[in-house]
Each structure stands twice: as structure tokens, then as C-alpha cells.
Write a protein that binds this ligand. Structure first.
Ligand SMILES: [Zn+2]
Length: 244
């Protein structure tokens, strides 16, 4: 946008032409449909920022006592609507806007330095979608989130390290813990060429959009561990409130 403005200034394009150029770059906010020159309009952006959780590090350590879960926001209100609009309304760019918020929070996090210092060659892996779902949705929201996040925090993103080989039901459709576990059992795999030797394990951060029961995350962690890819932290956009 800025380069277009400076180009039009340099070429002394008249006001009408500038307006035409501007209007080409105006899109509608995917959440409220108002015109905006950014991904989200200021108002929706503010509403999403208001969903930020007071604590980024989840102090109840719901995955395991030695594995930190970072959740940027509370899965409710504008943030919940934004995630749904992204996934079911075909607006992948919303994930980029949210990734920018998470990156800002991560850069300020006191735990970030220690994680990076203690684990050399740290990389980021998004929770993958099964090929069928990827085909119907057209994108993996966790991958878009992870890629933009990695660009901003200068860590490598390696979506190819983890694949989803089982077309599981949505976890919310499963009725019992046993059904949930069976649903996810062997859901993931690490392609042979990406497996690390036991003598040289690699450290990774897992990224996903929502943390609910943690069953998906746990299954992914176990699969990665079998291939000596050790998850050192999990970062998600959001987690429902009061779920302890
Ligand atoms: Zn809006």
C-alpha cells in the first residue's frame, strides 16, 4: 500500500487515479464487513485484543507438569468468532492478524529467552490437517498461524515434520474419553526422512488454534517423541475460560 502511494506521488497521478488505486486495496473486514485497508478493521481488531488472556503461560500446566502451554486468549466473543470466520468462512488471513498479536506477546514473554537458550535449533510445527480436510477447507489455519508467527519471531517453521494420516472426527463430536482417545490413536505420523536419531533429538514448539481437552496435542507430542522430536512448548491462540 505504501509503495503504491509513493509510486503514485512520484508519477504525479491525479487525485482520481489515486482514489481508484486506494479503492483497489480496500477490502471488507471479514468479521463486520466494513471497509478496511488492513486484514481486520480497527474495531474488530480492538475487540479481539480484548479477548487476550491475562496470563500467556497457563499456570495449571494442563498437558504435563514439565511442558508449558501458552494460550494467547480466551476462546470466547470476538476471538471465537474470528477463528470460526477463518475456518468456516474461508478467511485464512485472519490467522495472520492473530499470529502478529501472539508474536508480540511471545517476544515479551520472560520464558522465551530460556527456551531458546536451552534448546538449540528450535523449530515450530503446526498441528496438521488430514488431506481430506485440507482439500475441503483449502488451507490449514494452524499452518498459516505458525508460518506468520515464525516469520515474526525468526524461528524456522517445519510443517512437513508431522502429518495427519487418520481422518478423525472433530473431537467435539466424540462422546467419551475412550472414544476421544480411539479417535485420535495413530492419527499422526512423522515421515521417515524427518525422524531424528535417538542420539540427536530435536526440540520443537507445537502450534495450534484451540486447546480444549488437549487430546490432539498429546497424541501429536507422543508421535513426535517416537521420532525423537521433543516438544518443549505448545502455543495456541486460545483456550476456553474456566477449563482447568
Ligand atoms: Zn470489522
Amino acid at each position: 500500500m505504501q509503495w503504491l502511494t509513493s509510486l503514485s506521488n512520484r508519477l504525479k497521478i491525479n487525485r482520481l487515479a489515486s482514489t481508484v488505486i486506494d479503492s483497489l486495496w480496500q477490502a471488507n473486514c471479514p468479521l463486520c464487513k466494513r471497509s478496511t485497508d488492513r486484514i481486520l478493521c480497527k474495531d474488530c481488531d480492538r475487540q479481539i485484543s480484548a479477548c487476550q488472556s491475562p496470563e500467556f503461560l497457563q499456570v495449571d500446566y494442563p498437558i504435563s507438569p514439565d511442558l508449558p502451554l501458552y494460550s494467547w486468549g480466551i476462546y470466547d466473543g470476538a476471538l471465537k468468532r474470528a477463528i470460526a470466520a477463518c475456518k468456516y468462512g474461508n478467511h485464512p488471513a485472519i490467522m495472520e492478524a492473530i499470529a502478529e498479536k501472539i508474536a508480540t506477546t511471545w517476544k515479551r514473554s520472560p520464558h522465551r529467552k530460556a527456551l531458546i537458550q536451552n534448546h538449540k535449533k528450535l523449530s515450530v510445527i503446526p498441528i496438521p490437517l488430514h488431506a481430506n480436510k485440507l482439500k475441503s477447507r483449502g488451507f490449514n489455519q494452524a499452518e498459516i498461524l505458525a508460518r506468520r508467527f515464525c516469520e515474526l519471531i525468526a524461528l524456522p517453521c517445519h510443517p512437513q515434520l508431522l502429518q495427519r494420516v487418520k481422518d478423525t472426527k472433530a473431537q467435539m463430536q466424540t462422546k467419551s474419553i475412550t472414544e476421544r482417545e480411539q479417535n485420535l490413536s495413530h492419527a499422526f505420523t512423522v515421515p521417515l526422512q524427518h525422524r531424528s536419531p535417538q542420539t540427536n533429538p530435536r526440540s520443537v514448539i507445537l502450534v495450534d488454534d484451540i486447546y480444549t481437552t488437549g487430546a490432539t496435542i498429546r497424541e501429536a507430542i507422543a508421535t513426535l517423541a517416537h521420532s525423537n522430536l521433543i516438544v518443549r512448548a505448545v502455543i495456541v491462540i486460545s483456550r476456553p475460560q474456566f477449563q482447568k
